[in-house]
Ligand binder design. Sequence first.
Ligand SMILES: [Zn+2]
Length: 216
Amino acid sequence: MNLIFLGQQGAGKGTFAQYLGNTKGLVQISAGDLLRAEVKAETETGKKAKEIMNKGLLVPDELIAELIEKKIEKEKNNGIILDGYPRTLKQAELLENIINHLNMKINAVINFTISDETTFERIGGRLTCKTCNKVYHEKFLPPKEKGKCDVDGGELIIREDDKKQAIMKRLEEYKKQTKPLIDYYKEKGLLKEVDAEPILDKIKPIFDEIIKEIEN
Ligand SMILES: [Zn+2]
């Protein structure tokens, strides 16, 4: 089974990817993680990407597609979940070439939907330890002592990325990019919507049903 997960921040894509990893052995593939790993390993691609990013430019779609293809090919027999990739119509078209090239197929695209308010609620309260980068949440995962990391007592801060203004900007960008993507997969008959608004325990049975449907 090969899936694509779409959904704005806070929709819980990562949680469901992990869940399917544990229950079905699917491998979660994130373009961002792949890129970071290449940069860290200082591969040729990694060096190229770093140079581009250092100039403040976006890494070209073709370079990311190369990484994605390598990884998909490696995990072909396990089944995959593309988490947060593709992001744009152009990336979706590149992905289609990759999938065809590898003689595979995408079984479904699952779009996890939540309101902007819920995104703010879930992401907005995020606190990060200045020392070890452990992530807490004011409401859902508070530290034992206010403002201090449980592990090392480090100061907990709100990262620039997690400030409301930044979240709003990202949401706008996400919607603009994703709208044509959603139409594209709808037209192909691949799109499934999951209302990710309720708590996890309530979504899980619905999600399980959808997966069963895809498997058949
Ligand atoms: Zn810490």
